[in-house]
Design a protein around this ligand. Sequence first.
Ligand code: PGA
Length: 255
Amino acid sequence: MIIANWKSNIVDINQWTHDFHDEYIVNERLQSTIFGVAPPSLYIEKMRRMEQSHFAFDDGELGCQEVLCGVQDVDHSYGSRTGAISVDMVIDTGCNFAIIGHSERRDLFNEDNDLIKEKLKSLKNKVMAVLCIGETKEENDKGITKDVLKQQLDIVKEVELDQSFTVAYEPVWAIGSGLTPQPKDINEIHKYIKDVVQSNSANKLIPRVLYGGSVTDKNAESFFMEEFVDGALVGGASLDGKTFANIVNIYNSTK
Ligand code: PGA
């Protein structure tokens, strides 16, 4: 699974879709490839209209089973909550997934584990959750990465997780910096995340784990070659339709 996170950037959706379409290589062998885009919520309707005219959902022209549209965050409640986007609104606009716990939300909007747990619970059985976790540079330097991740994963304790539940491992120091951990280190962390979720969740789910943080079409292959890397969450490099299509193509040819 490959997910584009456009954050608060304006993207020419028409151009992006054309570029993606030009570059994307149909892969008939891999009918199950899933990729998704999380545009700013204001542009979801536009994105979906564009998808419908460019992406062949039904005749399989793209060789993809699903093209998902998602939100970059969601509110855990609804009603008198000015500016918030509820889970039912996400469903109403036809979106399939919600990113929660992104480090920018934790850091800039003071979101803590308790709130992120509420969000996870509100998505249950309705919308696929993509839970972001990751350590800071200082935590990495101190060698406490696994402890930090384990603590962030506390929110799945005794929770019955949906089969679609997905974790994105995004070291904070790798986001937008051009720096990344070594692929073998990412692989080890992904295995650890799978083990922690499996032993903590009520239904012993082994989640899909994506890597995020400075993924480009230049380094994607080195990550996708690793056994426990199930895809990527891509920020900066997803703003260009061609580059994003290339990352999806690389995933298709590697996995
Ligand atoms: P980046 O962002 O690819 O620009 O590093 C990833 C993310 O924040 O999800």
